[in-house]
Design a protein around this ligand. Structure first.
Ligand SMILES: Cc1ncc(COP(=O)(O)O)c(C=O)c1O
Length: 145
């Protein structure tokens, strides 16, 4: 960082060295009215759509259409075991062992589980701080606790 420069060439040189820069092409990047790619900083909430998402969703819709409830066990990616497909990747993301993680539920349901497990209000310590304009379901989850 000591050699940091605030100019376009320096930024482009950093991009070229960035081992993650190749992933840019794996996402749909929204464009402005003139067709220029927007600069997208939103990682919270909805990030960019991976280009492969459509084909993966279509695969599941096809299995659902052709197999109905049997998709749970006979689909290309049997839904009953979905959490197992995501275990290794999530363990890497959070730096845990695969036996320590499970991918499940919705974000809101998981907030409830987290607070039921860890939120132990006392007469003196009972507040949960949350930003005023938080996502509505986050606020409802906190309020309900
Ligand atoms: C900050 C935040 N909270 C809650 C949600 C709701 O997630 P879910 O439908 O998985 O409960 C979202 C969804 O985009 C979100 O971005």
């Amino acid at each position: 960082m000591s050699h940091y420069r605030l100019d376009l060439n320096f930024a482009k040189a950093l991009d070229q060295k960035d081992a993650l820069s190749k992933y840019r092409d794996a996402f749909h990047i929204p464009k402005d009215k003139k067709g220029n790619s927007l600069i997208y900083f939103c990682g919270n909430s909805l990030g960019l759509q991976p280009i492969t998402t459509k084909q993966y969703i279509e695969q599941e819709l096809e299995d659902w259409a052709n197999l109905g409830v049997e998709g749970h066990t006979n689909g290309k990616n049997p839904w009953l075991h979905y959490h197992e497909f995501l275990t290794q990747g999530m363990a890497s993301v959070v730096g845990a062992k695969p036996v320590e993680v499970i991918v499940m539920n919705t974000l809101t349901a998981n907030l409830h589980f987290m607070m039921v497990s860890f939120y132990k209000p006392t007469k003196k310590r009972f507040k949960i701080l949350i930003e005023a304009d938080a996502f509505p379901s986050d606020k409802f989850a906190v309020e309900s606790q």
